[in-house]
Design a protein around this ligand. Structure first.
Ligand code: SF4
Ligand code: SF4
Length: 556
């Protein structure tokens, strides 16, 4: 496997491009380049490629071995439906998706500052914490990166970076920004940094009580902060490096959505991609940008790295890109191309969630008070304790896998496959156990994240209606919203049981499959590893059910 970093660059050729003058604009790179992922078996183009409408990237596209995957992907291609294909062909497609959210988020920012001070009555807080943050997890479990397609944070920054709202008929636009590749130290870690960023955002949200019964302007400042952070990153780095390496939700969405039925835009026939000399899907062409996520549809196995922007569907001259749906868990249980950054992101997100659960307990409260007294902080969560305990919980979640590796690892005949030396793909005995096991934990973890929000969704989300009425001037004063609850507390807790049971079942099933396919060949007692893992997943699910019952649904 070869990464873009290992590929020597070609010098731009002298003389004019044979395909005509390049469209004017900062985002036009003239000359001849190799595709950013010079893939094994893919001939280096032998003809000049002419203008490239976006800078050829060092965004570390996923290395893939095209010979290791079947040519025709499994699943149903939604673009076979004429209305879907017609809509996706519109160059303004993603703009149409982002615009409503963009308007909504600016309304949130303004109303958070100028609206009612009561948290429940303010439209900004009601829609952000009672509706958006709940529905985003539903969207993740159903569509994977569906949120990324409509995200107003990246959307606004990308419009500014490109200098236009969508690709013009022939030109890419005059954009702003330096278009620098992401630094190696950042890119090497893959999604791990995004999981750390999620932990930081969680701490900020808890410390400043952004989502609690407090001043709604804090919600506005949080949204402004994320938009500002995204904008700076988009102006410094190329394409959507922000989404892949820095966005606090970037890894969480990709990883928790990796078992979703929507498995992203992928090649309809990989043999066509292998023979393709232009790689327009990565480089862009007249009327479409190259993939902002540096994902090659010819090698993509799931939707983890696909932001669902549809540019590759529009740019591929061979009409070889489709949007695939598959049965839930299908992509998750595929053994090809497992990545260590994804596994460690699962572990870190699990550690953050365990911390979220335990910080509502009395013992954590007294520990937090003690730690705050020690370093003179006015209130918690204490940052040192937050980091230390989250790291400890992450380690505790990984410990059984570590134990299994030392107890059961058996060197397979011929040794482990050669997957290079990178952090992301290197093959080691621990990783042979860790990567499939943590992939299998995704459904339960995703359901846990969703359950934390169910109380808000079913008891508080109706408050958004009178809050919106206040913005429109048709509702005046405060009101009691108790009668607007969609479900009582008992019913929400029962629903949480159901969701957690489904998550446990899905994780157990996924683990049974992946352990049989991937761990058994390197395990001394494969059946014990399989049964033990399923038992641990069952125990985790049971503990969560017990905890949600104990806290009456408010387990975070
Ligand atoms: S998706 Fe289209 S443009 Fe990209 S490599 Fe395949 S055939 Fe070429
Ligand atoms: S693979 Fe296609 S749809 Fe997915 S992010 Fe890249 S260009 Fe957009």
């Amino acid at each position: 496997m070869v990464t873009s970093a290992q590929v020597p660059r070609q010098a731009p050729p002298a003389g004019p491009s044979p395909t005509g003058p390049a469209p004017a604009g900062r985002h036009v790179t003239q000359g001849r380049h190799e595709p950013p992922d010079h893939l094994p078996g893919t001939p280096v183009p032998s003809v000049p490629l002419g203008p490239v409408l976006v800078p050829v990237s060092d965004l570390h596209p996923t290395p893939v071995d095209p010979d290791a995957v079947p040519d025709v992907p499994s699943g149903y291609d939604l673009t076979r439906l004429p209305p879907v294909a017609w809509w996706l062909r519109r160059r303004s497609w993603q703009f149409q998706l982002i615009l409503p959210n963009q308007i909504l988020f600016w309304v949130v920012i303004v109303v958070g500052f100028v609206g009612p001070e009561a948290f429940d009555d303010n439209f900004a807080t009601a829609i952000t914490w009672f509706v958006w943050f709940s529905l985003v997890f539903v969207l993740i479990l159903a569509t994977g990166r569906g949120w990324c397609a409509v995200c107003p944070f990246g959307g606004l920054a990308e419009w500014i970076q490109r200098g236009r709202l969508w690709h013009g008929r022939g030109t890419a636009g005059r954009g702003l920004g330096l278009g620098r590749p992401a630094p190696q130290w950042l890119a090497r870690g893959g999604y791990v940094t995004t999981a750390v960023m999620f932990g930081v955002l969680t701490w900020i949200e808890e410390y400043y009580k952004v989502s609690d019964d407090d001043w709604p302007g804090r919600t506005s400042w949080t949204v402004i902060g994320i938009i500002g952070f995204a904008l700076v990153a988009f102006l410094l780095l190329e394409r959507r490096a922000f989404c892949r390496y820095l966005c606090p939700l970037g890894g969480l969405i990709g990883v928790l959505g990796s078992g979703a039925p929507l498995t992203g835009f992928r090649a309809r026939d990989r043999s066509v991609c292998r023979a393709c000399t232009t790689k327009d899907c990565l480089r862009g062409r007249d009327g479409a940008y190259g993939c902002p996520w540096a994902t090659w549809p010819g090698g993509s196995e799931n939707g983890v790295n696909c932001g669902l922007c549809g540019e590759c569907f529009r740019s591929c001259r061979s009409g070889n890109v489709g949007l695939f749906v598959e049965p839930p868990l299908a992509a998750l249980t595929r053994s090809r191309g497992r990545r260590a950054d994804v596994a460690w992101t699962v572990a870190l997100l699990g550690g953050v969630m365990v911390h979220q659960h335990l910080h509502v307990t009395a013992w954590w409260g007294s520990l937090d008070v003690w730690a705050n007294d020690l370093i003179g902080m006015p209130h918690g969560p204490n940052p040192v304790l937050f980091v230390a305990l989250t790291a400890a919980y992450t380690a505790a979640l990984v410990a059984p896998v570590l134990a299994a590796r030392y107890l059961f690892y058996r060197r397979p005949p011929g040794g482990l496959p050669d997957r290079g030396t990178s952090f992301t793909y290197r093959a080691t005995p621990l990783r042979a156990f860790l990567l499939p096991a943590l992939a299998a934990a995704v459904p339960l973890l995703g359901c846990d994240y969703l359950c934390v929000e169910l109380l808000n969704l079913f008891q508080d989300s109706p408050k958004v209606l009178p809050a919106a009425g206040r913005v429109l001037g048709v509702v005046h004063g405060d009101s009691s919203h108790a009668s607007l609850e969609l479900l009582g507390t008992d019913a929400v807790v029962h629903l949480q049981w159901v969701v957690l049971a489904l998550g446990t079942l899905a994780s157990a099933l996924a683990y049974w499959r992946v352990s049989a396919a991937e761990i058994a060949p390197v395990a001394r007692a494969p059946r014990a590893v399989q049964v033990g893992g399923v038992a641990l997943i069952g125990l985790g699910g049971a503990l969560l059910v017990w905890f949600y019952t104990l806290t009456q649904g408010a387990a975070g």
